[in-house]
Design a protein around this ligand. Structure first.
Ligand code: FPP
Length: 240
């Protein structure tokens, strides 16, 4: 029998840090710090399982609405994460990519993030894609605008705007679409994550909060994924 396939691309909405902290009478900052530790475990597990791409939602375009103090905590943690993980990411041959609008991040964070992206750009192992200041609708809107500009310049015929032309302008251009979306913490929403790219993703939700997430939950999600029958709108193979 054929070996069950691991998903090529796993996308995760890292949710529940605040509730995890609240249940322990800890600060939200401590919850996010525990979330950062979970990210480390999951990156390692993905590497071991041979998952080609892991995309994590670290900060959405809507997260700016949070109190300034929490936004600062998240930005500081991101900088701390970059500094802590840099050497290991390089050594593990992981390529770091960023989607979203990193331009709005604090200058220091942006600079070190750019450095991390270039330091790992030649890596040939799995891709860790960080969605920072990312919004799915904005991704599609900006792709549409770029295509419109090409048409205006006379470099493209509107009749040539097809799905692959749109996909090629998205921030994830060149990456396979996510096969599996994981959302911990019991929420069952896609929250403006990879809207176009998730058209055929399998969705898996768990009540486990992100800071408690690890290899065990990832493996469970993959087992469920492998038991699903992905038909992409067609019929099962044995059906006439
Ligand atoms: C959602 O939990 C989580 C976030 C908004 C941020 C995720 C950040 C981390 C995991 C820290 C490390 C990040 C990076 C990119 C290195 P929530 O605060 O919405 O939880 P709640 O719904 O329980 O309040």
């Amino acid at each position: 029998m054929e070996e069950p396939k691991v998903p090529r691309h796993v996308a995760i909405i890292m949710d529940g840090n605040g509730r995890w902290a609240q249940r322990r009478n800890l600060t939200r900052a401590e919850g996010h710090r525990a979330g950062m530790a979970a990210l480390r475990r999951v990156v390692e597990a993905c590497d071991k399982l041979g998952i080609e791409v892991l995309t994590v939602y670290g900060f959405s375009t809507e997260n700016w609405k949070r109190p300034r103090s929490e936004v600062t905590v998240l930005m500081d943690l991101l900088l701390e994460w970059i500094r802590k993980e840099r050497d290991e990411l390089i050594q593990r041959n992981i390529q770091v990519r960023v989607i979203g609008g990193p331009g709005r991040l604090p200058p220091r964070t942006r600079q070190e993030l750019d450095e991390l992206v270039s330091a790992t750009s030649g890596n040939t192992g799995h891709v860790l894609c960080l969605a920072l200041n990312y919004g799915g609708r904005r991704d599609i809107t900006e792709a549409a605008r770029r295509l419109g500009e090409r048409v205006r310049r006379g470099a493209m015929d509107p009749a040539d705007i097809d799905e692959s032309a749109v996909a090629g302008e998205l921030m994830t251009a060149g990456l396979p679409d996510p096969d599996l979306l994981i959302r911990p913490s019991g929420e069952m929403r896609v929250s403006n994550f990879l809207l176009w790219q998730m058209a055929y993703a399998e969705l898996w939700f768990t009540p486990v909060l992100w800071p408690d997430f690890g290899a065990e939950q990832l493996e469970e999600a993959i087992r469920v994924y492998q038991s699903r029958d992905r038909r992409y709108g067609g019929l099962r193979e044995e059906e006439p």
